[in-house]
Write a protein that binds this ligand. Structure first.
Ligand code: BTN
Length: 330
């Protein structure tokens, strides 16, 4: 068996064993299914063990005892139900920034929906030139390459669509706790759990490609956050009180994102607006935001159909299209 054959066989064996985790399966059953031999199966078992799977192989039986928390394409694809997002997935251990890799791949012609994922980033980038912390084994750093048909002016609101998909995914784990902090953050119990950084390459009327970068804090415990962010950041694990299978969460998120993306491509925010308002952490809050040299302070009263935030400042309604909002505590 060459490496590709080994990988394909490992994928098939895993697909058979996954639904019967902790059950002892007679080898004869498995070998007949794959028309394989014992020697091959030993190699497959070794290969899977190297990836962290728990496998017990005897001369008569095989048993899958555990599935590792790894961000591999096999594990992500197991939770993926999409048409085009994630048809190509490249998974990395440690990289500087997945957005940089995605940009390079996009320049070299990568397909619409290509996903780049890393376990760790050493130079993860956030908005406003900030650093995005992504230590190993904790979160997921994801970049998706999109080649949309919509106009460049519709690119910024896509962040809200990503946030919507994130909220709906995180709510499957932390029922009803997730909120969108317009325009780019997702919060659990008022602390940041995910951030979005979109980068655009466009001509006047046409998007060449859009890179959407998403960082999700999944399995961090409180000690994993640096001092500077420990009071404002949280993770799914902290809120749920339990470790999460990261690949499963990523697969579910990408599946949800594809649905939201198709909807956005067809109708922009028309059918998403109610949910954006419902999940907003800002509607009803008093906030401040700097707009050029001016500081706007007022109450958030709505989100417009174009995704802009409506702030009431002393009776005057101001629509904000970008920026970073600070909530003023009462
Ligand atoms: C923010 O909250 O300021 C945005 C954070 C975006 C982080 C993600 S992680 C994947 C992608 N690669 C990066 O370097 N940044 C984005």
């Amino acid at each position: 068996m060459n490496q590709t054959e080994l990988e394909n066989r490992a994928e098939d064996v895993l697909a058979s064993l996954r639904s019967k985790i902790n059950q002892v399966i007679p080898l004869i059953e498995l070998l007949s299914k794959f028309n394989g031999n014992m020697n091959e199966l030993k190699k497959v078992a070794c290969y899977l063990e190297e990836w962290g799977y728990g496998i017990t192989l005897t001369s008569t039986d095989i048993c899958l005892t555990s599935i590792p928390d790894i961000l591999s394409d096999i594990e992500i694809k197991n939770s993926l139900s999409t048409e085009f997002i994630g048809n190509d997935i490249a998974c990395y251990g440690s990289v500087k920034s997945t957005n940089d890799i995605a940009k390079e791949n996009a320049e070299n012609g990568a397909r619409h929906g290509t996903v780049i994922i890393a376990d760790q980033q050493t130079k993860g980038r956030g908005r406003f030139g900030r650093v995005w912390h992504s230590p190993p084994g904790c979160g997921a750093s994801i970049s998706i390459i999109l080649r949309p048909d919509f106009l460049p002016e519709n690119a910024p609101s896509l962040s809200l669509i990503i946030a919507l998909a994130l909220v709906e995914t995180l709510n499957e784990y932390c029922s009803g706790h997730a909120r969108i902090k317009w325009p780019n953050d997702v919060l659990l119990e008022e602390k940041k759990t995910a951030g979005i950084l979109t980068e655009l390459s466009a001509d006047k009327n046409k998007i060449n490609y859009l890179i959407v970068g998403i960082g999700i804090n999944i399995n961090q415990s409180a000690e994993d956050f640096d001092d500077e962010i420990k009071d404002i950041a949280t993770s799914v694990r902290i809120i749920k009180g339990k470790k999460i299978n990261r690949a499963e969460l990523v697969g579910r998120f990408l599946s949800q994102f594809e649905k939201e993306y198709i909807e956005y491509s067809e109708n922009l925010l028309l059918n998403s607006l109610d949910r954006l308002r419902k999940y907003s952490s800002l509607v009803g809050e008093t906030v401040s935001l700097s707009l050029g040299k001016k500081i706007i302070t007022g109450k958030v009263v709505d989100i417009n159909p174009d995704g802009s935030l409506v702030v009431d400042q002393n009776g005057e309604r101001i629509s904000l299209t970008c920026g970073e909002v600070t909530v003023i505590k009462k």
